[in-house]
Design a protein. Structure first.
Length: 396
């Protein structure tokens, strides 16, 4: 640093206020101007004007001010007389400086001033190479990962220079690695959890930057059926309440449910993944339920619901039998879901005939001719019931 000192003096004569700025050390008078040492652009410059007061004024009471024109760009004058800074533009600059003595008892109770024109020449310094741009890497955050699922997250940088990437603190999830030359984090994570680490990128000339990141590793999103849909094929019948539960595990956040395909009319999928309602139309319906979590993971469940017609007793008049001949007559049903149970609610039965509840068959050898009206109830595996009066005729 170039530091130049300028000494100045103020002469005060008795019974009068007067002052002056000395024209030497090191700004000598040259044709009326005080010419100061030469400076150079880009090189720090500093000189100080110091007044040497004579009684009755006290040392250090003087202040300095620029009153006209301006010093070289980059330089400024402090009130204590220090002209300093780093010149930014070459050229010759002239400016007026005023030194002021205070209005107090030490200086005869009056204010003294003295002005001089200073000239400073600033030469052009050697060109300075611009600073190399700063390296900044990103991103600010990376997406979550899923156990056993391929993952990739690319680091970014504002400069295209070749870089060496490394982990300088923390650890990546097991199964992931950072590419040393391309800054790509890739692999298939094996253990769920939260993993924080610091990535560093370095250029050959020493410029570097670091970024702290966190990868959340989630369990896989899995969708399974329960209740009527546990085996992916559910059987029901018209008018019977249906409850097919689906449940999701893994992933993250709130689940969003949707269905593709056709549910039986009368059934709906709710926001909890439950298919419920009462089917209205018999048939076979194929569909796929999908669930999506808050981080866009998706799982699907393909299923089929077979809807039977509502259980009914198909025929109420049985084929006639004959006395003394073996008879076997089944209560015919329509629709429903087996197995079924049939019972006689009101009889009586012909003598020699009994009823097999599991098979739903009147069987035996009738002993007497006649017509019998028998009240029968059929119940299927879903609890649907059908009641009818069966007519059984036994001929002589």
């Amino acid at each position: 640093m170039l530091v130049l000192a300028v000494a100045a003096s103020v002469a005060v004569v008795s019974d009068a206020s007067a002052g002056g700025i000395r024209d030497w050390e090191p700004c000598p008078d040259n044709a009326g101007d005080l010419v100061c040492p030469i400076g150079t652009t880009g090189v720090p410059y500093s000189i100080k004007f110091r007044a040497v007061e004579e009684p009755p004024c006290q040392p250090g009471e003087d202040t300095w001010h620029i009153v006209n024109d301006a010093p070289p760009p980059g330089l400024s004058l402090a009130s204590d007389g220090t002209l300093s800074g780093t010149p930014t533009q070459a050229g010759t600059y002239g400016f007026w400086v005023e030194m002021r003595l205070p209005d107090n008892d030490h200086c005869n109770g009056t204010t003294d001033t003295s002005q001089e024109r200073f000239v400073i020449t600033i030469n052009q310094g050697a060109p300075v190479a611009p600073p190399l741009p700063k390296l900044t890497i990103g991103p600010e955050s990376v997406s979550a990962a899923t156990v056993g699922t391929p993952y990739m997250a690319a680091m970014t940088a504002n400069l295209r220079d070749s870089k060496t990437w490394s982990i300088v603190a923390g650890t990546l999830p097991a199964g992931l690695m950072l590419g040393a030359s391309d800054g790509v984090i890739s692999g298939s994570p094996g253990v769920p959890g939260s993993y924080s680490f610091t990535v560093q990128a370095m250029i050959a000339d020493g410029r570097s930057d670091k970024k702290v990141l966190t990868i959340q590793v989630r369990e896989r999103l899995v969708l399974a059926g329960a209740g009527a849909l546990k085996t992916r094929v559910a059987r029901t019948e018209v008018g019977i309440a249906f409850d097919g539960g689906l449940f999701a595990t893994g992933g993250f956040g709130i689940y969003i449910w949707s269905v593709d395909g056709e549910l039986p009319p009368g059934l709906e999928l709710d926001t909890e993944g439950t298919i419920s309602g009462r089917p209205k139309v018999a048939g076979t319906y194929r569909f796929t339920v999908s669930v999506t979590d808050a981080e866009s993971r998706r799982a699907t469940f393909a299923a089929r619901i077979v809807v039977a017609e509502r259980l009914a007793i198909a025929r109420t008049v049985l084929k006639p039998g004959k006395v003394g001949r073996f008879l076997s007559r089944k209560v015919a049903t329509f629709g429903g879901i087996g197995p079924m149970t049939t019972k006689v609610k009101r009889g009586p039965l012909p003598r020699g005939i009994f009823f097999d509840r599991l098979a739903g068959i009147f069987v035996g050898t009738p002993k007497k001719a006649g017509t019998w009206k028998i009240r029968v109830e059929v119940i299927d595996s879903l609890g649907a019931k059908s009641v009818a009066t069966i007519v059984l005729v036994v001929r002589a």
